[in-house]
Design a protein around this ligand. Structure first.
Ligand code: FAD
Length: 387
């Protein structure tokens, strides 16, 4: 076994995803020494492959990314000017817009990842790639990570930012509630004949859900959520059939469509960790809360959690002391809890196709359409989510 030669960090982070790297930047800016261990190669972090995800970001997330100097590194952003929600059988969609400002912005996940990597590199943050974390121990004063290659790294605080299926969360003995929706999201980029004008459409149809998210130019990303048993049928479709099916499902509002990139499939499983902290240990990003993507909150919540944790740590006190960690946990649970529970309830309500529920859904959309204050309240939540 080898131990690492350079100065001992204040904080060790497992996982250089968008959450782990943004946290590393935030902690560095507060004067803490950070070391990040990541299983993937440096090349794949510097230029991440397209994973199909277009991440909707709130105004608050944008401000946090700006403070970290990461927003300016994103090469392409699509403004989200308006959104509509439609349920099977309702003729008129429910509109959301915010007078004089965008609802939010869509950014390809690979750009968020690359921006966070560049930000960490520019700060000189120690990033050890090709290192899969496989062991965790702790004493009163220190926590230690072991990697599969036999390296050992110690710090007063260890943070897991290693995805919703977090191996380190398990190693630390923290359980998590998993909610498997029995569905998967198929993501595919499409070009279309009509301009989208920054409109995001969410259609809750019978048996499936279709979201069309505006991308730069006359393109959108289709997020088609289907029951897992329907996936083989979709996989068998060629691109022309897939585009025609999506075009028909969204009422042809954007005109003829064409597939312009690869398909990506994500099984939908939401995760809520039973605790977000422990002695000399904290969870961040999807490792703490893994969201269903329908309300587009996963990374937004990750950034709010990073802000809440970083604000409580500084190099002049013990970064692994339990009291600030517990304060972070309380704040992040208070903020994420209602969004997590509300999103899961929304998914249940909008994917239950029994006749009375369908009728209720249509009624809810009709009522909301005639209640501008309710729509304005929802829009405010969309625009700035708990700022
Ligand atoms: C289809 C889809 C659409 C989405 N849309 C939105 C949206 O519109 N808005 C939004 O806010 N969010 C959205 N999200 C959520 C968002 O993508 C996630 O919240 C975000 O990517 C989580 O980042 P993370 O860094 O926590 O985890 P990850 O991105 O999963 O990164 C984890 C990192 O840890 C590394 N790792 C794992 N295990 C180990 C180990 N043992 N040792 C070392 N390293 C390890 C991995 O290699 C990886 O680099 C969406 C998600 C999906 C699936």
């Amino acid at each position: 076994m080898s131990t690492h030669a350079s100065a001992q960090p204040h904080v060790l982070i497992s996982g250089a995803g968008p959450a782990g790297l943004a946290l590393a930047c935030a902690l560095h800016d507060r004067g803490l020494r950070v070391r990040v261990l990541e299983q993937a190669s440096e090349a794949s972090l510097a230029a991440p492959p397209d994973d199909g995800r277009e991440i909707a970001l709130t105004h608050r997330s944008r401000r946090l990314l700006e403070q970290l100097g990461l927003w300016a590194r994103i090469p392409e952003v699509s403004p989200l000017r308006r959104a509509t929600v439609q349920s099977a059988g309702s003729r008129v969609p429910l509109p959301f817009e915010s007078e004089g400002q965008d609802l939010g912005w869509l950014v390809a996940n690979r750009y968020l990842r690359a921006a966070a990597f560049a930000g960490a590199r520019e700060r000189g943050i120690e990033l050890l790639c090709g290192q899969r974390v496989s062991g965790f121990t702790r004493s009163d004063a220190m926590a230690e990570l072991c990697t599969e290659s036999g390296e050992r790294h110690a710090a007063p605080l260890v943070v897991a930012a290693d995805s919703r299926f977090s191996p380190l969360r398990r190693l630390a003995g923290i359980g998590a509630r998993h909610r498997d929706f029995g569905r998967s999201a198929l993501l595919v980029p499409l070009s279309h004949a009509q301009p989208h004008e920054g409109l995001a459409q969410e259609c809750f149809l019978q048996g499936h859900t279709l979201a069309l998210l505006p991308m730069p130019g006359q393109r959108c990303s289709a997020v088609w959520t289907v029951a897992n048993h329907a996936l083989p049928g979709i996989a068998a479709m060629d691109d022309a059939e897939l585009a025609a099916t999506i075009q028909q499902a969204c009422g042809s509002r954007l005109g003829p469509m064409q597939v312009v990139g690869r398909r990506h499939i994500y099984p939908l499983v939401a995760v809520w960790a039973e605790r977000f902290v422990g002695p000399r240990f904290a969870l961040i990003g999807d490792a703490a809360v893994g969201m269903h993507p329908v309300t587009a909150h996963g990374y937004n919540l990750g950034l709010y959690g990073i802000e809440a944790l970083a604000r409580r740590l500084d190099p002049n006190t013990d970064p692994g002391a339990l009291a600030p960690l517990l304060a972070y946990e309380a704040e992040h649970r208070r903020e994420a809890g209602p969004i997590y529970t509300g999103t899961n309830a929304l998914v249940r309500f909008f994917t239950d196709d029994r006749a009375p529920v369908l009728a209720l859904r249509r009624a809810v959309i009709d009522v909301a359409r005639h209640l501008p204050p309710l729509r304005a309240a929802i829009t405010r939540k969309l625009v700035d989510a708990a700022a």
